[in-house]
Design a binder for this molecule. Structure first.
Ligand SMILES: [Zn+2]
Ligand SMILES: [Zn+2]
Length: 141
């Protein structure tokens, strides 16, 4: 649960306003828009030219830890993407243009339970990323 704003307004009024700016940018983009750290940095810099990358980096980490944004590790890339926190879903990544889109799917609990039993583990997290070519890239051939 994202509690940044409760915190900002009351208990921790000195929380950097830059963090709110980062959140505003991601929130304004809405669900289904995925940003790399550099995307966020570029946008924040447009509003606040003096901001440093490390401030943006820390802000993103903080917003992630507070559940305001989700971090997705995308297979085949070396940088994670970030998006507004919301319902769990899967992702699709286009291998040609790199676009990441939401896929409205969640691995069923009973599937995870069965897999956990099979390997004798306790599964605490799951993420699914499909890869291939997006609609645009399929058409472009
Ligand atoms: Zn594509
Ligand atoms: Zn997503």
């Amino acid at each position: 649960m994202c509690y940044t704003f409760v915190e900002m307004n009351a208990a921790e009024p000195r929380l950097p306003k830059n963090y709110k700016m980062i959140y505003d940018i991601i929130r304004a983009a809405g669900h289904g828009v995925h940003f790399t750290m550099s995307d966020v940095f570029a946008r924040v810099k447009r509003r606040q030219p003096t901001i440093g990358f490390s401030t943006v980096y820390r802000g993103i980490a903080r917003l992630r830890d507070q559940g305001c944004i989700d971090e997705i590790e995308v297979p085949g890339t070396d940088s994670a993407v970030y998006e507004l926190a919301g319902k769990p879903h899967a992702h699709f990544r286009c291998e040609r243009c790199g676009t990441v889109v939401d896929v409205p799917y969640q691995l069923p609990t009973r599937t995870l339970d069965a897999l956990a039993a099979q390997i004798g583990a306790k599964i605490e997290q799951s993420a699914l990323t499909l890869q291939g070519r997006c609609r645009k890239c399929v058409k472009a051939r």
